[in-house]
Structure formats: C-alpha cells, structure tokens
Ligand binder design. Sequence first.
Ligand code: SF4
Length: 384
Amino acid sequence: MTTPVRDLPLLLLGSGSDPASERGVDCPGELPPASDPDLVARARAAKAALGDRVFVLGHHYQRDEVIQFADVTGDSFKLAQQAAARPDAPYIVFCGVHFMAESADILTAPHQQVVLPDLAAGCSMADMATFDQVEECWEALEDAGIADDVVPVTYMNSSADIKAFVGRHGGVVCTSSNAKRALDWAYAKGSKVLFLPDQHLGRNTAVLEMGFSLDDCVVYNPHRPNGGLSDGELAGAKMILWRGHCSVHGRFSKESVDDVRARVPGVNVLVHPECKHEVVTAADLVGSTEFIIKTLQAAPAGSSWAIGTELNLVKRLASEHPDKNVMFLDKAVCFCSTMNRIDLPHLVWALEELVQGKVPNRIEVEAETAHYARVALDQMLALP
Ligand code: SF4
C-alpha cells in the first residue's frame, strides 16, 4: 500500500511511490545491508558471471563506490550513445537517474533491456515539467496566436514524455554541450523558442552565447494561469523559458563566488550552465561536465579551482588531480540526492538479480512515446 505524495518535491527514501513521475517508485528488492563487508566482492563476482552480457554505465555524478564498477563513465547523452554502440550486451545497467535510463532505452536496440538499480532515482528538474503542464503551455501559445512561430527545445534532462512532445512539434533535444547549436537551428526555423525545463541553461545560452538581452527572455510558470504572462509578453519574447531548475546547481550563489575569490587568491571559478545567471556571469569559465573534466585535465599544476557542480564529481576531480587545488564552490555540502540513491547495495542487488535470470527495475518507454522522443533526439544528432 503506498501513499500518494505528489505535493512533495521528492519522495522520502523508501516511502511512497509515484510511477507516473520522475520521482520514481520504491525499490522492490531485498537489498543487501550497506554494512555487508562483501559488497565489493559480490559486485565483482556478479559482473564476472554476467561477462559481456552486461554493460554498466556510470554518470559523472555517481558515488565512487558505484563508479568503480562502470564500464564507461560520462554525461547522460554520451552514456546513452555508448549503450547503443554495444548491441551485444542484452543488459544495460544505468547508474544514473530515471530520464537517462529512458533515453538509453529509446536509443538502444529492442532486445536490450535497461535496468535502473533504484527506481527512486528520479530528477527534480525533470519533474518540474510534466506532459500535462507542457500541453497546457502550448495551448496558451496557441491562444496567444504565436504557437506557429515557436520551436520547442528540451534539455536532455527531461522525461521521455517531454522529449516526445518536442518531437511531435518539430523541435529538438539538447545537452549542455550543444545548447547553442540547438538554438541556432531552432531560430533558423522559427522566431521564438520554448526552452524546457531548465530556465538557467536556456537563459545562459541565449544571453551569453547568442547575444540576446535578458529582456528578450520571459519565464513561463506552469503553476500560474497562462504561465503568469500576458499574451503581449509571450508575443514580445524571443525566448520563453520554462520555470524549472536543477536543485543542485541552483544552490550556488554570487556570494559563494565572491567568498571563494576573497579566500583563495588567483582561484579560477568554473561552473556548470545549470547555475543561475548571476553565478555564471561571475565565474571565469562555464561548461558541461565533460568541459569541466577536460579543463581540469589541462590545468597547470599548482592552479586553484572552485568548481560549481555536483559534489561527487568535484571530489573525484580533487582526488584525480592532487597537484591542483580543487575545491567545491559552495561551503555547504551539495550532492544530488537522487543520483546518490544508486549505492553499492542497489548495484549488487541489480547485478545479482540479472545473474539469476531476472531483470529488475526495467525501464521501458512506451512505443509511440519512444518514437517521437527519438525524432527529437535524432534531430539533435543531425544538428549542423
Ligand atoms: S544534478 Fe540536477 S539535473 Fe542532474 S539529476 Fe540531480 S537534480 Fe537532476
């Protein structure tokens, strides 16, 4: 028996379920206790028993205890591509969050089954744009007489339903690496963009990379009638930003940048474009997780870096670059709580179930949704 908890921003660990949401549902398994001293050995044994039949993907924000078992690490799109490039592996174990596993299911062959070790690993940003809300927004754009001018663009960090909506309406998916290319393509097609669901990535790309002014952008609030905007405001905007954000990157502030500059002379501030506009403009460098990793690799020994992204990645970068002074941008600890739900007990449980011939926590996108989501993903792959 589960309790409906739709009003909570995230499900409490192990309580309640919401299968219609990116919040995920309870893990149904008998998990090994986290105190089991044999967890590492059990994971190794299960992976060895599965051999080439399993391909384990690890997102950069995953815990080290999980990442050590990843066959490949990367951002969400790279991981989905890697899974598609391994059609010999019938089982894809995705150590990441729900929307990533959906994308992997969409991009892999029908015989490949995607497993998310803990179904409670959702994404609060993806949750901020539901299909019904986006449909309602599109109706508002139609009522304002501008829908024909609008090209929808959705960030990879959105549910398969939203990607499919975008595919149906002639739009495109983007990542934090190719957002400018996606917007260039969209503005060649229409005079306005509806950018889902991360307002910060949309605003930062439009203003810092496309030369738009902040006044060219409006924010559509799905919790207010007509998004809280008049028809005139919608008609006057070039960029209609969805009111969504990442609960991890949204925590960084301009004060945290000022503070680290005061404390650490010569520090380089490097942040992800999901951070707020005032943080990105105060930073020295901005880019995707892959950009952050490459920047650290190329940095000279002795240099200092304050990084504004998820803490598991920052900790890993600090240990991989002991010759550099790598620190977290904010003083407060800031893990992604849903990414962290995939821990070693869940991974061991998922792998051992597969060894026994059971496929736990399979993520399977319904065929029509998968088709239109793929249209928007393929459009991204075809970007000039
Ligand atoms: S870091 Fe942010 S965008 Fe990524 S999964 Fe966590 S909440 Fe979602």
